[in-house]
Write a protein that binds this ligand. Structure first.
Ligand code: FEC
Length: 312
């Protein structure tokens, strides 16, 4: 028997020509101005010059997850088949569901390549998939978050320790390195909606800090959208200014809200935050993205199989 797995991710343009359509989709059908489009195209140019790393990373995550699922001893007698569903690019979430149904799949599990739940992030992926599943008669259950999965926490802690080792090799004292956990900001109004996003991010940060034996850490937001409403802060660039005042010299950023190399990591952190830190004579290094790390794949596979077993 085949079990469908809808693996959902943000999505990225196919090419530079595709950036406008992608940006228009993110803006719910409103075209960006020339200026906004140029600003985004320049950011992609700065990181990739024509290649979009998120697409390749998502493709690899989806195929590696399928292999990991089918290697699991709990999968005996069934075959897990992964389908990609992207939020803002093709194949869209709805395309993934439709393809499963066309392939004769009747039971599925959905999971998002983002560990923390917010009604404005994971919630919207699930809503779209659920609607399409109802329309097409597919039975589907969803993993909502996996921000405290022990394998995921272990993996993040080992990523943080590896960068602390690098600081030490470069002559810094481990205890003087300030660890910043970061995630994509969202509009402030999520707080009054009782959204779990911020609490889940703090829970992950605390667990990773404990596991990696870090004393001095704090949480900061990054990549706030360019809209008129207030977004959750402090933004990482402001946090760096504050740390300068505190005379902190070495900063380790762990972008725990992201699982892949893409614009928000490769531009917002590697280019923007690194240059802000340099201007203030501070040293900034970040943890490697999880991408298709076997432990990340194991985390996803465990969540999918556990939920499938509960629902079969
Ligand atoms: O590498 C790439 O091509 C894509 C990188 C990328 C990821 C990503 C993840 C998240 N976003 C989240 C929320 C919002 C909200 C808005 C918004 C806007 C953008 C824009 C770009 C963009 N996001 Fe994104 N996001 C990525 C890229 N994001 C480009 C448009 C220009 C800009 O503001 O920079 C505001 C939409 C609006 O106008 O109303 C809200 C959240 C995540 C992390 C969870 C997830 O992956 O779903 C939350 C990767």
């Amino acid at each position: 028997m085949k079990i469908g797995v809808l693996v959902m991710s943000y999505g990225t343009p196919q090419s530079m020509e595709d950036v406008e359509a992608y940006y228009t989709h993110i803006r719910r059908g409103n075209k960006p101005t020339e200026e906004q489009l140029k600003e985004l195209t320049d950011r992609y140019d700065a990181i990739v010059g024509g290649v979009f790393p998120l697409r390749e990373n998502t493709d690899r995550q989806v195929s590696t997850l399928q292999e990991t699922l089918n290697r699991d001893s709990r999968a005996q007698g069934v075959e897990f088949v992964c389908y990609q569903g992207l939020k803002h690019a093709s194949p869209f979430i709805e395309d993934g569901v439709e393809q499963m149904v066309k392939d004769g799949i009747t039971q599925a599990v959905g999971i998002v390549l983002a560990p923390h739940y917010s009604t404005m992030s994971v919630g919207t992926y699930i809503k779209r998939a659920q609607e399409k599943a109802e329309e097409t008669g597919l039975k589907i259950a969803f993993v909502e978050s996996y921000h405290m999965h022990p394998v995921f926490i272990d993996l993040l802690a080992s990523r943080v320790s590896a960068v602390l080792d690098q600081f030490q090799e470069a002559g810094a004292l481990r205890e003087n390195v300030r660890v910043l956990f970061s995630a994509h900001s969202l509009p402030e109004r999520i707080l009054s909606m009782g959204d779990p996003y911020q609490d889940q991010l703090l829970e992950t940060s605390k667990a990773v800090a404990e596991k990696a034996g870090i004393g001095k850490w704090q949480f900061t937001w990054q990549s706030a959208g360019r809209t008129h409403e207030p977004w959750l802060g402090p933004d990482i660039l402001d946090t760096l200014q504050d740390l300068k005042q505190e005379q902190v010299e070495d900063i380790l950023v762990a972008p725990i809200g992201f699982v892949s190399d893409h614009l928000e990591v490769l531009y917002d952190l590697d280019i923007e935050a690194v240059s802000t830190a340099k201007e203030m004579d501070m040293r900034l290094m970040r943890t490697q993205s999880l991408n298709s790390d076997p432990k990340y794949m194991e985390t996803l596979a465990d969540c999918v199989i556990t939920l499938w077993q509960q629902n079969k």
